[in-house]
Design a protein around this ligand. Structure first.
Ligand code: NAI
Ligand code: ISE
Length: 335
């Protein structure tokens, strides 16, 4: 029987996920959607003959909803995830799990108290072919130990409500999760270097920024976050190891020769760049949710990322090296 899913938040990624869950992936369907905008909820619901709600609690308690996908903005995640946990329903929450470590900890505590594994976080980079290739190569040991990671997360532009802390919560949160997973290590400190800003930003957003993370075993990581880079959507990752350097493959486009130029196109947005990763991530979530399991990034992973994010946000204003302290992983989440 299909897993009947309720989607909370029908904006950019809400529509994308609804579409893939309804039309593309196997073993699932979408029976209800909710959005604080009644108009948006009704319009999204009409496309797939689903029920429309304006509050998450009513959607979650609908008997025709077996599992929940949260695609509202980050500030609204905690409430919806806690409601799903209280209802005992599996919940896939887009990143970030919540915008502070304290809020993520509340979710962790509620899930442990429920006694059931219910929460998965949408850290889809772990499902991306390019990152998986690098991880496999590092894990093989053939290139020696990883020493440094040089990364970049560049968006062509962002909305005017996007501010300096969002460069961490909304954007770098992907690297925060993915990079410690890549080198199988934990972060111990964070620093942010703010260069001269681009003229394409505004007073509430320092852009670009260089985020530095150091791991327990001394891996030094730098992530350039540049969200008004103008030229395209560009994700870079290079692992410098003892006996080799591994650079993530670029998305594949033909090389064109024209007008005395040789050129290769770049992606322009995240929807296309990570389309395969979203498909694999959500198909695996559906398969696991049907078995009552969580096999992807957990609420604890969401918490770990939020602790590092809190430190980076602090470092944005202090300019200092900020400590990252997470504590031991609860037995509930140990594999
Ligand atoms: P959006 O702003 O396009 O859409 C958010 C939708 O949620 C809007 O329709 C809004 O009316 C609705 N909403 C606001 N408050 C709500 C509430 N309390 N309950 C229900 N609906 C509510 O945002 P977007 O870009 O779709 O992002 C949504 C989430 O997905 C964010 O957490 C974002 O970080 C994440 N995201 C993840 C991506 C990824 O690559 N994994 C890519 C894009 C977004
Ligand atoms: C967006 O919210 C995402 O999650 C995308 O994956 C990311 O690349 C972009 O920077 C965010 O704004």
């Amino acid at each position: 029987m299909d897993l009947r899913i309720g989607v909370i938040g029908t904006g950019a990624i809400g529509k994308e996920h609804m579409e893939r869950l309804y039309n593309k992936l196997a073993g699932c369907t979408v029976t209800a959607v909710s959005d604080v905008s009644e108009e948006a909820a009704k319009a999204a619901a009409a496309r797939i003959c689903a029920k429309a709600y304006t509050d998450s609690k009513s959607l979650i308690s609908d008997p025709d909803v077996d599992a929940v996908v949260v695609t509202s903005p980050g500030f609204a995640h905690k409430e919806a995830v806690l409601q799903a946990v209280a209802a005992g329903k599996p919940v896939f929450c887009e990143k970030p799990l919540a915008t502070t470590a304290a809020d993520c900890k509340e979710i962790v505590d509620a899930e442990i108290a429920s006694g059931k594994h219910l929460v998965q976080v949408g850290f889809m980079r772990r499902y991306d072919k390019g990152y998986r290739q690098i991880k496999k190569m590092i894990d093989s040991g053939e290139y020696g130990l990883p020493l440094m990671l040089h990364c970049a997360h560049r968006n062509p532009e962002v909305g005017t409500n996007y501010n300096t802390p969002m460069a961490v919560h909304d954007t770098a949160i992907h690297e925060i999760d993915c990079l410690h997973w890549l080198v199988d290590d934990q972060y111990v400190s964070a620093q942010v270097i703010i260069p001269r800003s681009t003229r394409h930003t505004h007073s509430e957003l320092k852009d670009p920024q260089i985020m530095r993370l150091t791991t327990e075993r001394g891996v030094e990581i730098d992530v350039e976050v540049f969200v008004n880079c103008k030229f395209g959507y560009d994700i870079q990752c290079e692992a410098v190891c003892e006996e080799g350097v591994i650079r993530m493959a670029e998305p594949s486009f033909p090389t064109v020769r024209k007008d005395a130029m040789r050129s290769v196109a770049l992606e322009t947005d995240w929807k296309q760049r990570f389309i395969d990763a979203y498909d694999v991530e959500l198909q695996e979530w559906v398969n696991s949710a049907k078995k009552g399991e969580v096999n992807g990034p957990t609420a604890w992973d969401g918490y770990l990322a939020a602790v590092a994010a809190d430190a980076l946000v602090k470092a944005q204003t202090s300019g200092a090296v900020e400590k990252i302290q997470t504590g031991a992983c609860p037995a509930f989440y140990q594999k």
